[in-house]
Design a protein around this ligand. Structure first.
Ligand SMILES: Nc1ncnc2c1ncn2[C@@H]1O[C@H](COP(=O)(O)OP(=O)(O)OP(=O)(O)O)[C@@H](O)[C@H]1O
Ligand SMILES: [Mg+2]
Length: 123
């Protein structure tokens, strides 16, 4: 199991969500974040040069997936989030030790399998 964290442009959230859903990934968490990609904007002053760090609005998408879904998730995010311009974002993949579905107590891959019963209404 892996925890995939993607930092993307806010205007690409809908496309990324749809691409992930197509890839079979529907459990995810979105957060609005501010980020900086490492580039340094130089501002000239009459007494010297100052380095500015500008934070930009980004969206963080986090999803826990079982191993067979890792590459599909990365591909889906890249193709839906890429514009080719700097600032398209980044994907971090971390090992995930344990997942528990609170309602059932199911763990790990069983807890990551999407719930398909139609009687369950998401809240
Ligand atoms: N090393 C990092 N650690 C944590 N967050 C990062 C890191 N690099 C980028 N981010 C996050 O990703 C966002 C987008 O980064 P960005 O796309 O500018 O990365 P980049 O490596 O500079 O790539 P590019 O050259 O395409 O701009 C940043 O605003 C920040 O939130
Ligand atoms: Mg950048």
């Amino acid at each position: 199991m892996k925890l995939i964290t993607a930092i993307i442009r806010p205007e690409r959230v809908q496309q990324v969500k749809e691409a992930l859903f197509q890839a079979g990934i529907s459990g995810l968490t979105l957060s609005r974040v501010s980020g900086h990609g490492g580039e340094q904007e130089l501002v000239e002053h009459y007494r010297g040069t100052r380095v500015m760090v500008e934070f930009r609005d980004k969206v963080e998408v986090r999803m826990a997936v079982s191993e067979p879904f890792v590459d599909a998730a990365i591909q889906a995010i890249c193709s839906a989030a890429r514009t080719g311009e700097v600032g398209d974002g980044k994907i971090f993949v971390q090992p995930l030790e344990r997942v528990v579905r609170i309602r059932t107590g199911e763990e790990n891959n069983a807890a990551l399998t999407p719930v398909t019963e139609t009687k369950l209404v998401p809240v």
